[in-house]
Design a protein around this ligand. Structure first.
Ligand code: SF4
Ligand code: SF4
Length: 131
């Protein structure tokens, strides 16, 4: 069992889920092909600019491609992220809608990357603002 991010995250990617995850298991899957398949225009980057794009080719690095995914090897299945998502993109794997089933595999693909790449792709909580 794990939790899975689905296509609704594309073009939203606001990181609300990251802020509540106790094990920091969200990763930035910056794949332009996902935006193209789902007809989602990438937004201008507004919160990171050092995360690599994971596909070959010429892509505008000033744009925020792809979506966040959950690493199934790290998720502890607490469910805390589900209610935080403003677009209801996160499901338990056995409850992913039929039309979104491919995202179980798309999330799991994050485990194929090296530790070095994973460290670059991991999305961390925003630093506490100092008072
Ligand atoms: S279910 Fe819990 S551990 Fe898994 S991604 Fe969501 S918040 Fe993180
Ligand atoms: S809260 Fe939902 S839309 Fe926002 S980054 Fe997480 S999965 Fe994507």
């Amino acid at each position: 069992m794990t939790f899975v991010v689905t296509s609704k995250c594309l073009g939203v990617k606001d990181r609300s889920c990251v802020e509540v995850c106790p094990v920091d298991c969200f990763y930035d899957l910056r794949k332009p092909s996902l935006n193209k398949r789902f007809n989602i225009n990438p937004k201008k980057l507004n919160w990171h600019d050092d995360i690599p794009i994971l596909e070959e080719g010429e892509f505008d690095t000033s744009l925020d491609w792809g979506m966040l995914v959950i690493n199934p090897d790290e998720c502890i299945n607490c469910g805390a992220c589900v209610v935080e998502c403003p677009v209801d993109a996160i499901f338990e794997d056995i409850e992913v809608p039929d039309t979104e089933k491919e995202f179980v595999e798309i999330n799991a693909q994050i485990t194929q990357y090296s530790d070095e790449t994973l460290n670059k792709l991991r999305v961390l909580k925003k630093p506490e603002s100092s008072s």
